[in-house]
Ligand binder design. Structure first.
Ligand code: BG6
Length: 482
């Protein structure tokens, strides 16, 4: 069936940086239906031709300069534009008329992508519904909603209510681009398409799990947004908790949307709520030096740009195994990694000064995607001296061609109606219910101290000490694979 991709917020940064390059690449690789078209909509008044010209200017830099002239011309001929003010109901009538004009009498799959400011999501959905644009008589209609989905539990619930009045859950695709990353999907394959990892993937063998999303970039131009959000809302409620669910979930009965999401929701529901002294003992917050000088940030801002949490999953598999989640801006490097740290052997035969490290499995999500298994090996010609060595799979070496950007996979899934890698309404709400109490505690006397850290390192040194006091070490290696 032909596909129409309607982007609301077409002149924004997300559209030029991610959506158009991903759609162009998918079209170039012939992964989209032959009757594919894009209809961009935003407040600026422009013609189709003017938008095409703008995109031709911006796209090469987001495609590493790789714009195939012929493929681009074909893609551009399918790109259209319709001025639209989300506050104006009549503009939605015009949008509906434009869709009808472009599509004719064909049945089409139409995907609406909300790439607008989040405060407009509710109005946009209501108005799409009001002019019949959610109606499926003439083909499937789907809506993709970018993060943030609400700013807390009550706003997420309110938004779910508004969206559900127009689109049933099966038509809704809440995007978390971390789930589109190849290595995150590969974690499902590693766990559930192999037999050797699953038997040790539990409290009997695992000492703890570390999930780190470190960024070397700082808040940059996004002070206005970031100062209200902070790292908990910006990174933990979505990306970090998603990585945690994929690491900890049980095998779904089938690889299909509801079966996968049921298992992920079970993990979230099993996370032990923090209470009382836990907030000071099991959460850690930091702010990089210089953050308060950024435009849009309050001069006495207490917003955290770094956080570490110790969470527990109260279920049979993970009882007693801490999950350490950590993320921050202005750190020493960009790395996203999941480290499964196995227990030490119960009886040490070889002389190791009592410091024999346990084995570990490192999933390097980005950059330099791959997997490493670290285990003890005898150092040759040195008696029985041991050293941790590794077996590594480097995706780029193993598989030829560049790895696709996460948006390619997710846009393709939305087009084909597969919601396995998108968050369901209950998932988003439970995730907020985990983050909200931590956020509230950080504004109360129960808050841990806000530690100021120097940019360019692994966050506040006291965070290293915090873990050391628990008899553990952060795996501060970056990147794991080169
Ligand atoms: C976004 C956050 O969701 O993810 C940003 O709003 C963050 O603050 C970004 O920089 C990180 O994404 P990636 O794919 O570059 O790791």
């Amino acid at each position: 069936m032909p596909l129409t991709f309607v982007i609301l917020g077409a002149t924004g940064d997300l559209t030029s940086r991610k959506l158009i390059p991903a759609l162009y690449e998918l079209h170039r690789k012939k992964k989209l239906s032959t009757g594919f078209r894009v209809l961009g909509a935003a407040r600026t008044v422009m013609t189709d031709e003017q938008w095409r010209e703008k995109l031709q200017e911006t796209s090469p830099k987001f495609l590493d300069g790789k714009l195939d002239e012929q493929a681009w011309q074909d893609f551009a001929s399918r790109v259209h534009y319709q001025p639209l003010n989300i506050r104006d109901p009549e503009d939605f009538q015009r949008l509906a008329a434009r869709c009808a004009e472009l599509e004719g009498t064909e049945k089409v799959v139409r995907v609406y992508y909300l790439a607008t400011a989040p405060e407009l999501y509710g109005d946009a959905v209501t108005r799409l519904g009001a002019v019949g644009l959610a109606d499926e008589t003439d083909g499937a209609r789907r809506i993709v909603i970018e993060k943030p989905f609400g700013v807390d539990l009550s706003s997420a619930r309110a938004l779910n209510d508004v969206v559900h009045k127009v689109f049933p859950e099966r038509q809704i695709f809440r995007i978390d681009h971390y789930l589109g990353k190849e290595t995150v999907q590969n974690l499902l394959v590693l766990r559930f398409a192999n037999t050797i990892f699953e038997p040790v993937w539990n409290r009997n063998y695992v000492d703890h799990v570390q999930i780190t999303v470190a960024e070397d970039v700082d808040v940059g131009q996004r002070g206005d947004y970031y100062d209200g959000a902070g790292v908990l809302r910006d990174m933990f409620q979505n990306h970090l908790l998603q990585l945690m669910t994929i690491t900890a979930m049980e095998a779904p009965v089938r690889f299909e949307a509801d079966a996968v999401r049921d298992e992920k929701v079970k993990v979230l529901r099993s996370i032990k709520p923090l209470a009382g002294a836990d907030f000071a003992q099991h959460t850690f917050r930091g702010q990089y030096q210089g953050y308060r000088d950024i435009s849009g940030v309050l001069p006495d801002s207490e917003t955290a740009t770094f956080a570490a949490l110790r969470l527990h999953i109260d279920n049979w598999r993970w009882q007693g195994v801490p999950f350490y989640l950590r993320s921050g801006k202005a750190l020493s490097c960009r790395t996203t990694q999941i480290v499964v740290q196995f227990r030490r052997p119960p009886h040490i035969l070889f002389d190791s000064n009592g410091a024999l490290e346990g084995d570990r499995l490192v999933v390097q999500v980005q950059p330099a995607e791959g997997i490493q298994l670290h285990f003890q090996t005898k150092v040759p010609d040195a008696g029985m001296r041991l050293r941790l060595t590794d077996l590594a799979v480097d995706f780029r070496r193993e598989f030829s061609g560049p790895l696709p950007d996460a948006y390619q996979r997710l846009l393709l899934d939305a087009a084909s109606g597969d919601a396995s890698l998108f968050a369901r309404s209950d998932e988003v709400e439970v995730a907020w219910s985990i983050i909200d109490p931590i956020h509230a505690s950080w504004k109360s006397p129960a808050a841990p101290r806000l530690e100021v850290y120097e940019a360019g390192f692994w966050g506040p040194p006291s965070c290293t000490q915090w873990l050391r006091d628990q008899g553990r070490e952060w795996f501060d290696v970056c990147p794991v694979l080169n």
